[in-house]
Design a protein around this ligand. Structure first.
Ligand code: NAD
Ligand code: TYD
Length: 367
């Protein structure tokens, strides 16, 4: 039995589905079901007794201790987090609470639980902390990609809270000997991705005939990792990673945002033309940039390949094709998550940006 946190979110639900497709080891899935958590992602497991869903907050340390002593997991795979940079700019407090205090509470529960295991169980136990490449800050166009030894330089409240949690995890290994593993991955994409993030937002807006918002000049670069590849990497790290180590996981797919959006438009033009005979590219709209926007992320994923034999199976082309197909086939899932809270978020995040870009466009016209 393993314990997963945040298993109703984007990556967590992909991981739980993948885990139970690959093995018979049951999963206890602890999730608070925030706006980002969606039980529908796990609908196919409704009658599967290997999946035990627990609606709880990772900040509740008594509850975390109780779950560990009840279920006696061989590993904790910790995904639960507030994960959206733009939301962290509007409201950082929840990021500090879940990402820092929540990770602390989980580590404390593990620190009580782990010493009580038999020596064989202690040897086997792992605490795998899922983190991000954003803790390393931003790269210039000619900088080498982030490696495991790159200094931390987080720039957003989100990445700062993740960096803090990584440091806590590191300290629990060094101080208490807890067998931790940390993975820092690049931008994921694929099925069940909440449509506030770039790729699913663009697909949803394109199909709805809405503007496709590009922050700033659209030349910011991200290194895209297909979520299925990420799940395989985590399983591999759990199986063979060395306690106390960190592993960077990336897709070797550096792309500028504008190129990603153009690719999505072209793919949708071919698979589901808009009926007006024009390209979805026409809906592209430049809006005000994100404050403190990191220019470039890129992951050097050679360590995990060299030491654990993992590398991504998908190219960007194959992964994005699968993703677009999934969204076209799962329009009902998208409609379901576009709740009142989602609409309020769109208003909060884009209204100001649009006003700023209208002003910008007017000034440009006068010039
Ligand atoms: P997500 O926002 O889609 O899902 C987060 C999940 O955690 C949700 O199900 C939510 O309900 C749950 N959650 C939030 N607060 C909680 C709390 N206090 N207690 C219990 N559950 C809580 O996030 P994601 O994109 O699936 O990311 C998963 C992990 O991967 C995060 O730690 C994130 O920092 C990391 N990561 C994500 C990406 C990416 O591209 N999505 C990239 C790098 C790292
Ligand atoms: P996002 O999916 O929010 O992930 P992250 O900020 O963690 O990288 O954004 C990916 C990139 O896309 C990022 O450079 C910001 C940009 N972006 C837009 O240009 N427009 C948008 O509407 C969104 C949500 C993101």
């Amino acid at each position: 039995m393993i314990l997963v946190t945040g298993g109703a979110g984007f990556i967590g639900s992909n991981f739980v589905l993948d885990w139970l497709a690959q093995s018979d080891e049951p999963v206890v899935n602890v999730d608070k079901l925030t706006y980002a958590g969606n039980p529908n992602n796990l609908a196919s497991l409704r009658d599967d007794t290997r999946h035990i869903f627990v609606h709880a907050d990772i900040c509740d340390s008594d509850k975390m201790q109780e779950l560990l002593s009840t279920y006696k997991p061989t590993a904790i795979v910790h995904f639960a987090a507030e994960s959206h940079v733009d939301r962290s700019i509007h409201g950082p407090a929840e990021f500090v609470r879940t990402n820092i205090n929540g990770t602390f509470s989980l580590l404390e529960a593990a620190r009580t639980y782990w010493p009580q295991l038999t020596s064989a169980e202690k040897e086997q136990f792992r605490f795998l902390h899922v983190s991000t490449d954003e803790v390393y800050g931003t790269l210039g166009p000619d900088d080498a990609p982030f490696s495991e030894t790159t200094a931390y330089a987080p720039n957003s409240p989100y990445s700062a809270s993740k960096a803090a949690s990584d440091h806590l995890v590191r300290s629990y290994h060094h101080t208490y000997g807890l067998p931790t593993l940390t993975t820092n991955c690049s931008n994921n994409y694929g099925p069940y991705h909440f449509p506030e993030k770039l790729i699913p937002l663009i697909i949803a807006n394109a199909l709805a005939g809405k503007p496709l918002p590009i922050y700033g000049d659209g030349q910011q670069i991200r290194d895209w990792l297909y979520v299925g590849d990420h799940c395989t990497a985590i399983r591999r790290v759990l199986q063979a990673g060395k306690p106390g180590e960190t592993y960077n996981i990336g897709g070797w797919n550096e792309k500028a945002n504008l190129d990603v959006v153009n690719t999505l438009c072209d793919m949708l033009d071919a698979l589901q033309p808009n009926g007006a005979g024009s390209s979805y590219r026409k809906q592209i709209t430049y809006v005000a940039d994100r404050p403190g926007h990191d220019r470039r992320y890129a992951i050097d994923a050679r360590k995990i390949e060299r030491e654990l034999g993992w590398k991504p199976a998908e190219t960007f082309d194959s992964g994005i094709r699968k993703t677009v197909q999934w969204y076209l086939e799962n329009q009902a899932w998208v409609r379901d998550v576009q709740s009142g809270d989602y609409m309020k978020w769109l208003e909060k995040n884009y209204q100001q940006r649009n006003a700023a870009s209208e002003l910008f466009n007017k000034v440009q016209e006068k010039i």
